[in-house]
Design a protein. Structure first.
Ligand SMILES: Cc1cc2nc3c(=O)[nH]c(=O)nc-3n(C[C@H](O)[C@H](O)[C@H](O)COP(=O)(O)O)c2cc1C
Ligand code: SF4
Ligand code: FES
Lengths: 516, 161
């Protein structure tokens, strides 16, 4: 009997040695004359267990982890091919609480399937959405997405259906779908996980977007830091094209959609949509003035849908199960699920897809298990390098776009970076300004000059020089950047700074009671 | 003016092939620059006039694009590119001391290359490995939970490879 064994090909699993583990398993099986079939899947997102090896048994898949090459012989001895007990065994994968408590819609297949297998993909619901969309009028597809309440997952949370509707209504000889796979935010990796572990989901989402707005060509702009994503997408595109799900005359419908992957070049600003399009066109990544909206004059001057990987990756299930189904998850105006990314100083870092409305406290403790250092959590940066530092007093606010905005914070792309009580928030504020200075496209003064002045001013505060005066200067500088910047890099870099000042004044040498 | 040597015949041929293959793509400059860097290891200034001619754009424009992006290099680099992540999730797990360790161990600062031409060192801002920080990237592979000892092991492995 052949036993099927899964070892993830995910970059983070490989960062912990998955490739060596896979090779050791193959070698050991050969040595013992055991027949195995090795599948390289995506990651389940239980990253502290990576490399996490799964063995298929009659009762379901059994998880072992973290499995290093040196553990492999012992696992064979213990009978892991039959799913037997071992110190590294975690029982049935699906029963692991971290996974069981999740609501996986966008990530329904990630970690389960072979990312390059059309059979696996279709067996788990893949292309159901596309098949439905092929029978629908474009406006009906757009309506389904509008009804789902899906809002852009790249950061700005703009309603996806409304954006698509503008492009649908535009008249042009060519329209484009662009996928923003620049994922520059620190503390995030959900786009990468999907591109590596279920690339066909993104391909299907983009194809549906093309059908919806009448675009026959799509670009995926993927950051250079993700070579495995770029490779997996290209392999999957070829497989889908060969199988008739992509390219000319999709599934005999007479509709065409062609997909091209473009590689970035290490500029954070190219995650901003207009800068991204400049980059595809072969220019410096300078942010464009709006209007015109990209929806009307976007890539190569043509009407363009530009969406984040998570937005487009949520489209297949919305089409397959209906907008209503998706909308039933979430709260307020934040509908559906968000794949939260638990990172930094946490025992159980990983990906948790849940409906909007849960709290940071649940994510940090029920899922994350508290800090890995064993010290108390002091601050969490939510929503990437432009997101606020959230103090414990705000850990019970529901994760919802509007509720977060009310306290000057943002949910953004769903990344959480956890710091214990050894963190110095004055240093983190300085870093936020430094990052803005390094990555500024240079088009406007408040961002280009303001960020450099910000670093200098915080340096003075840290050195204890005229603290009161320099704090006032820093606040006014932040104000100028907030109000006078063309895009959210300069416009939001003040958020981490202002939140650090407000919630952790003692780190800047100010008395907490005096600051309040 | 320029101190870099002229392109070798081999390099010229690579450049011509790349330009012929990619110049008619929509928005051809990025694919061309990536192809040049993948093939030659960097983007020599001497390639700029040929690129400009092939795309019918000014040299200043091409130069402007190359210098805008961190990834495109105008100088040769070591055999192995080592990038240390400096972003927040890695800071939360102590990357600041890892940065110091990397510089000390390799004996170079950021943007530097070791005298034996084996290693170049760069900073990077997030590698998408934030749940297993601190992270480094070595060529196309990520390494997670990088302690100082782990860093030394990785470097030793590359040295002996
Ligand atoms: C400085 C900056 C960086 C950004 N980086 C990203 C990014 O890496 N990925 C992304 O999807 N959106 C990013 N955005 C947001 C995009 O401009 C845009 O809102 C998004 O691509 C729209 O897609 P969505 O509606 O699906 O979110 C960034 C914006 C700014 C101002
Ligand atoms: S805010 Fe900064 S990054 Fe944005 S357009 Fe202005 S200079 Fe460029
Ligand atoms: S912050 Fe270092 S890998 Fe993301």
């Amino acid at each position: 009997m052949t036993t099927r064994i899964y070892v993830p090909l995910d970059s983070s699993a490989e960062a912990m040695g998955a490739k060596k583990t896979a090779a050791a398993i193959v070698a050991e099986a050969e040595k013992r004359g055991e027949k195995i079939e090795l599948v390289r899947n995506g990651s389940r997102g239980l990253y502290w267990l990576e490399p996490m090896v799964e063995v298929e048994t009659p009762n379901g898949r059994v998880a072992y982890g973290p499995v290093n090459a040196k553990d492999v012989a012992g696992l064979f001895d213990a009978g892991f091919l039959k799913g037997e007990k071992h110190v590294l065994c975690h029982g049935l994968t699906e029963e692991i609480p971290y996974l069981k408590k999740q609501e996986r819609l966008t990530f329904a297949r990630v970690g389960i399937i072979d990312p390059f297998s059309i059979d696996d993909y279709t067996k788990f619901g893949g292309f159901d959405g596309l098949k439905k969309a092929l029978k629908m009028e474009p406006a009906a597809i757009v309506k389904e997405v509008t009804d789902s309440g899906l809002r852009g997952r790249g950061g700005a949370a703009f309603p996806t259906g409304i954006k698509w509707n503008t492009v649908l209504g535009a008249q042009a000889d060519q329209k484009y779908i662009v996928c923003n796979a620049d994922e520059g935010d620190s503390g995030t990796f959900s786009d990468r996980m999907l591109m590596e572990g279920d690339p066909m989901c993104l391909i299907e989402g983009m194809t549906i977007a093309g059908l919806a707005v009448g675009a026959t060509k799509g670009y995926i702009y993927c950051r250079e830091e993700y070579p495995h994503s770029i490779n997996n997408l290209n392999v999957a595109i070829e497989a889908c094209t060969k199988a008739g799900y992509l390219g000319k005359n999709i599934l005999g419908s007479g509709k065409d959609f062609e997909l091209i992957v473009r590689e970035g070049a290490g500029a954070y600003i190219c995650g901003e949509e207009t800068s991204l399009m400049e980059s595809i066109e072969g220019n410096r990544g300078l942010v464009r003035f709006k209007p015109p909206l990209p929806a009307l004059q976007g890539l190569f001057g043509k009407p363009t849908v530009i969406n984040n990987v998570m937005s487009l990756g949520s489209v297949p299930i919305i089409l397959a199960k209906g907008g209503e189904f998706y909308k039933n998850y979430g709260m307020g105006r934040s509908r559906g699920t968000l794949p939260f990314q638990l990172t930094g100083n946490l025992k159980h870092g990983g990906l948790v897809e849940k409906a909007f409305g849960l709290t940071l406290r649940e994510l940090l403790y029920d899922f994350g298990g508290g800090t890995i250092s064993g010290r108390p959590i002091r601050a969490v940066q939510v929503g990437g390098p432009l997101g606020a530092y959230v103090p414990e007093s705000q850990f019970d606010i529901p994760l919802d776009y509007e509720e977060y905005a009310k306290v000057g914070a943002m949910v953004g792309h769903g990344g959480l970076v956890v710091f214990d009580d050894t963190v110095d928030l004055a240093n983190m504020a300085r870093y936020a300004m430094e990052f803005c200075a390094i990555e500024s496209c240079g088009k406007c003064t408040p961002c280009r000059i303001g960020s450099t002045r910000g670093v200098e001013t915080i340096d003075k505060i840290i050195a204890g020089k005229e603290v009161g005066k320099n704090i006032a200067l820093l606040n006014s500088l932040c104000d100028t950047m907030l109000n006078g910047s063309l895009c959210a890099l300069g416009g939001m870099a003040p958020y981490p700074v202002v939140s650090a000042l407000k919630h952790f004044p003692e780190d800047f040498g100010i008395d907490k009671t005096a600051a309040a | 003016m320029t101190t870099t040597p002229a392109l070798s015949d081999q390099q010229k041929k690579s450049l011509d092939d790349i330009l012929a293959r990619l110049k008619d793509e929509p928005g051809p400059l990025f694919p061309i620059l990536h192809a040049i860097q993948d093939e030659l290891g960097w983007v020599p200034d001497e390639t700029v006039p040929a690129i400009a001619r092939a795309l019918n754009r000014s040299r200043a424009e091409i130069h402007g694009v190359i210098t805008f992006y961190h990834h495109f290099r105008r100088h040769p680099v070591g055999k192995h590119m080592v990038q240390v992540c400096r972003a927040e999730a890695c800071q939360a797990m102590g990357c600041t001391s890892l940065e110091e360790h990397a510089k000390k161990t390799l004996g170079i600062d950021y943007h530097g290359t070791t005298a034996d031409g084996q290693f170049s060192l760069e900073a990077v801002y997030c590698l998408g490995n934030c749940a297993l920080s601190p992270s480094i990237r070595v060529n196309d592979d990520i390494v997670g939970k990088v302690s100082k000892e782990r860093f030394d092991e990785v470097i030793a492995e590359l040295r002996n490879a």
